[in-house]
Design a binder for this molecule. Structure first.
Ligand SMILES: [Zn+2]
Length: 428
């Protein structure tokens, strides 16, 4: 049938997040993608509409499809600096990270790291990422070229810094904004998978003039904004001393809050700050693995939920030790010091991230009409058998038992962008 040209039919289990507390589990499921790269059908095999029954079937035994992971906060230049000892946030940043980022003045370094970074994201099942580069315009240009080549959906920006950083990374306020404007012109919406995010690093590395300039640029060009907030007590005290206000108040004053803004961490907010984030509809990227690594503190999950603040999960490599959202979901539980039902981390790593980006109509779950961004995971690697799994067990296996070997294939917009070298059963 002509109407089915370009359609593909998969037979496998489906795990589909709906909210922080709910998801659907379909042990014998069908997923149909169309030529436009969208999901045409997602549901039980027995309810597969007649017109799709003539399609060749790609069966993945003892495997599950779930939405591609959304990494809401990750630093590209720090990919090879993961896990380096640095004591706490500020000593780690100045002692370990700034020298690593200075090397991105060399375009060959930027190219090599960007290539391996995007390849590795895909291998881990991440299909959308919000990425910080270094201060360098050329390195950011190269990162966008490699992002386009990778096929991932990428929201990204060059870091802006004009204060309290080494001489070789410090920009003039004017040049920092001018370079950002050039990159926005070249890359924001350059393809349907690329977005620019204006990226003032964090309050301490920016003058208030730069923070304001960043906000104005983002408002004028319709880009995202990404930065850090309330990560450690020592940092928050330094912000208060310099700017004479809370972290969130400062960002509000500079114009950085709003529905296109994603702030990483928010580990130590005051009540008034949470209210301000809610009032401005600002989103948060929770980065539990990084918080554990640097000992930054415990993210107040309940309060973010109570206030209805949009949030997702970020690996925050390189304070995060891995690009794996599987490990990050697990860290989300560990940081709470109590066992979380797997529905929560599963949502935060997928649909929660999509909601934080305002892209939930297009990505984040396996609902028909959305882009066909999905990851196929192999229960065998988790020592699990779908015939024995309840819905909660299936989600628990993915969240608490899977390691990176479980990622068997990754599709973005219907395109097969990663496959672990193993045979797939094809029937016709
Ligand atoms: Zn970060």
């Amino acid at each position: 049938m002509d109407t089915n040209s370009g359609h593909r039919l998969f037979r496998l289990s489906l795990l589909n997040p709906k909210s922080f507390n709910t998801f659907t589990w379909i042990p014998d499921g069908a997923l149909v993608t169309n030529a436009g790269g969208n999901i045409a059908y997602s549901g039980s095999w027995s309810d597969l509409p007649r017109e799709y029954k003539i399609l060749p079937v790609v069966s993945h035994e003892n495997s599950v499809a779930l939405p591609g992971f959304i990494d809401l906060h990750v630093h590209l230049p720090q990919f090879h600096a993961r896990g380096k000892f640095g004591k706490d946030l500020l000593s780690w940043l100045h002692g370990v990270i700034f020298p690593v980022e200075a090397a991105f003045a060399n375009p060959d370094v930027a190219r090599r790291v960007a290539k391996s970074f995007f390849t590795s994201l895909a291998m881990h099942g991440t299909t959308t990422a919000m990425v910080l580069v270094s201060v360098h315009e050329e390195a950011t240009d190269i990162a966008f070229e490699e992002a386009r080549r990778s096929g991932l959906r990428v929201v990204m920006g060059k870091v802006n810094m004009d204060t309290d950083c080494p001489e070789d990374l410090r920009e003039s306020t004017r040049e920092s904004l001018a370079a950002t404007e050039r990159l926005i012109g070249k890359w924001h919406r350059a393809t349907d998978k690329l977005w620019y995010a204006v990226t003032p690093r964090y309050a301490l590395s920016c003058s208030e003039e730069l923070l304001r300039g960043c906000a104005e640029l983002a408002a004028r060009s319709g880009t995202y904004i990404q930065t850090h907030i309330n990560e450690t007590i020592e940092e928050i005290e330094a912000v208060r001393e310099r700017f004479r206000s809370s972290y969130t108040e400062l960002y509000k004053r500079a114009g950085l809050l709003g529905m296109r803004s994603v702030l990483a961490h928010n580990v130590h907010p005051e009540e008034a700050e949470l209210e301000l984030l809610k009032r401005t509809d600002t989103a948060v990227a929770h980065c539990p693995d990084a918080n554990l690594f640097l000992g930054s503190g415990k993210f107040d999950l309940e309060k973010h939920l109570q206030h209805g603040i949009r949030f997702g999960l970020g690996t925050d490599v390189g304070a995060g030790t891995s690009l794996s959202m599987l490990r990050t979901m697990r860290a989300m539980t560990y940081v709470q010091g109590r066992s979380l039902h797997p529905a929560g981390p599963l949502y935060a790593a997928t649909l929660g991230g999509a909601v934080a980006l305002g892209l939930e109509d297009n990505i984040g779950s396996l609902d028909a009409g959305k882009h066909a961004d999905f990851v196929i995971m192999d229960f065998t690697t988790m020592d699990a058998d779908i015939h024995d799994l309840s819905a909660a067990d299936a989600a628990a296996a993915v969240v608490y038992r899977a390691d990176p070997r479980a990622v068997r294939g990754v599709h973005i917009g219907g395109a097969h962008i990663y496959s672990r070298a193993e045979p797939v059963t094809g029937e016709s």
